[in-house]
Structures are given as structure tokens and as C-alpha cells.
Design a protein around this ligand. Sequence first.
Ligand code: C2O
Ligand code: CU
Length: 492
Amino acid sequence: ALALGAALVGCGALPGSGAPLHPVVTHEFAQPLAIPPLAPSRLEDGVRVFALEARSGERSFAPATAPGASTPTWGFDGDFLGPTLRAVRGEDVAVEVENGLPEATSVHWHGMHLPAAMDGGPHQEIPAGGSWRPAWTIDQPAATLWYHPHPHGATETHVLRGLAGMFILDDDRTATAALPSEYGVDDVPVIVQDRRFADDGGFVLSGDGAEPGLLGDTVLVNGTVGPVHEVRRERTRLRLLNASTARSYRFALPDRPLTMIAGDGGLLDAPLPLDAIQLSPGERAEVIVEMRAGETLRLRSEAVELGGVLLPGASGGGDAFDVLELRAAETLEPSPEPTWEPSAHAEADALHETDAVETREFELNGREINGERMDLGRVDAAVELGATELWAVRSTQAIPHSFHVHDVQFRILSVDGAPPPPELAGRKDTVLLEPQRRYLLLMRFDDYADPDHPYMFHCHMLLHEDEGMMGQFVVVESGSGARAEAGLDAPE
Ligand code: C2O
Ligand code: CU
């Protein structure tokens, strides 16, 4: 077993006891699961244009709060969370973002391949009352992506207050696949977040420095406390998104496997039955649940175990609880066996280890990556346009981190030299780094050379990110990488 004592002393854990440090309170499963509306869009000169307004609001999270209490919130086009954006590979899209909040924020398109100036990171903050109109072409496989704020040093509280939403991409493959695909009926967004409430009903917005950041005692799905989804078909596709700021989950059903069909970056090669699927902050998985007529099932989260050790404070592990109740109707409409064809873009999308021209090492520790904290004026790496690279990443301490790279989808080649488990074998943009293990990631930096606008890589445990566990890279024209590396400096 790993030596946990030192790392966890600060948050009062009882190493070895396995007792949950931040137990989740289970509320009665009695409220219909809210389904985020699909965002309307208009076509303007061939561009699909969405509009999103970040604004403040208020809503009740009863019974998690005292009777009558209401919670001040932030949301996009509503009080909490935001609508689901949806676009097809090949489409040109634009989003008119308005910031109706009392402070600056930004909107990052997590998992999206797009120009760095459109990425919505800390260099694209929108002042209070301001607006921003990123535009790009959807150029990647169908996938469940998401959007959330990324303001410098304040991402955790902006997400905790309620800013996040799903961004679904479709393509030729999902158009012809035999998969549940009626949005909100048998193709269901499942945005999982934990929250803690103060006595007056307000969100608790700070974990007061405890690792790994604030862990809530109430689990929300799409903002619903004690959610129930009425199931009408034999198979239901759940688009699981861990939009929590610090907590990891290990999703499972009580008595049957989940069939995973997609990870962060899109469909797997084939359906993958799993006993459980673990998601750290930022990660997604699409799973299919099969049900019999008339039965009730609960999607649960099992205790998160890393390297054979329960990490109570470090990941929200050590705790098991129910997340979402699924109630099947007395008669279920048939659903086809899930299948899909190989993508017409498969060869272009594929990553080959033999193409790698560079290996970079990243060590995550405390709030630092390679001994440095985030500095908006420092670029940490210049990668060449079109280059395939290997990034070797490791948490060099006894707690895990959730490593995310903007712009690309990577492939995990190995974990400590061994092939990754099958649920980590697909396209990924975020991966939970188990303590001390070396993850070898293969990625290619296609398109969008721009020496003046960096992309981010960081820990997706948002307190860690806010406190500095983030770095920046730029994509530069091929041939200029070494020169750029030699003179890395501040983007203005
Ligand atoms: Cu989901 Cu840099 O973030
Ligand atoms: Cu971290």
C-alpha cells in the first residue's frame, strides 16, 4: 500500500480506516430529472450561431436546503447550468456569449479542437457586461463535450455557482449508428456535480484549503436533487459528465454491467461491458443501460479506489452512494442492439506512436507542474503544427490529479509501461493520474498555428488549477518549434 499519512493529514483523514471523509447525504429519489434544453441556433451565411448569456439567478435545491430557502446561482440562459449545444462535424459554428454577471468570466469549450483564440481560456476573459463571439469549424468525431468558465484563478467558484453545460457533436457515424438517440428520452445528459449548502441555502464556495478542494455532501444531476428518470425504451444512453470541481465517481449499476460506448473524445471501437466506470473531474463516458419492463434501478457511485487504496479525502473516494434513479415503464419500446460503422475519417483521426517526434515529461506535485505554477506571461512549450508528440505525465505525490490538455484528443499508450485498461483506450482529453504512475499520452497538434495565443494544460481539480497547477503551450508553424522554444516568452 502507498504511504498516505503525510498527504492526507491536512484534511483530517483516517488513513486505512476507509471511512468516508465527506459522506454524501442521500435524499429521497422523487424529482423528475431536469433535462437541459437544446440551445436554439440560427443559420447566418452558412454559420450555425448560438447565443449564451451568463447571468445570475436563484433557485431552490430543496430538500437539500432548509424548507423555503433559496440559493443564489449563476447559469447560462437560465438560473443554473446551461442549454445543450449541438452541432455536426464539418459545420461552421459561432457562439454569441454575453456576460451578464457582476464579474469577468470566460467560456471554454472543453474537448474541442479549435483555434486557441476561440478556446475560452484565461486569455479570453469577458468583462462584466461584455460579450465575445468565438467562431470555428467543427472538425472532430462525434463526442460528448462540455463548456464551462475558465477565468484566471476563479474557475472553481464559477463552476460551483452553476456555470457549465454540455456540447454534443454528431457526425456521419452517429447519424447511421444503431444507438439510442432521442435527446432527453433515451439519450440523456447526466451532468453530475456535488454541492454543499450553507444554512441560509447558499452554496458553500470554499473548502477552506482542504484537499482536493471543496467536496459537497449533496449530489446533483443536471441540477436535480434526488433525480428520477422515467425510462420508455429497453436501452437508455447516459451521457455521463463529471462536472464536479474535485470529486471523482465510480459509476455502476447494482446487478448488471454498464455498456460503455464512448469516452471523452467519441465512440470506442466496439461496445465495452464494464462493472463500473470511474470518472474524474472533466471526464465523460457514454454508457448504455438495459432495463426490463417495470423495474427500478439506481445508478450508483462506488467507493473510488486508486492503486488498491481508498483515498477518502483525495478524490471523494471511500464513499458509496446512489446518483440517479431509473424507472422503467410497464411496457418498454424495443431498442436495437448498439452498433456503429467504422468512421470514414478513421485513418485521418488515428494517432501513430511511430510518428512521435518529441517526448515531454510533466510532473504534477502540490500546485506545480514541473516545479512551476501557472503564469499567464510564460509559455511552457511550443509544439510544431502537425507534430505528433508523447507527453509523459505523473503525479509525484500520494494524491491523484486529473490531467487535461486543450485542443487535442490524446491516446493513452501506457500506464507504467502496461497497456491502459480498455475504458481508457479511446480518444481522451482528461485522465485521472493515479499517484506515482506514469501515463504516456500520444497526441497530434493539427491546425491553427498561432504563436500569440496559448492553449492550456492543467489539473481539472479546479482548486488545483486555480492555485497554479496549469501551464501553457503554443502551436507554431513547423520548422519554427526549436526557435520558439529557445525564446519562449510572454504572449501579449
Ligand atoms: Cu475543462 Cu482547461 O478545462
Ligand atoms: Cu490536481
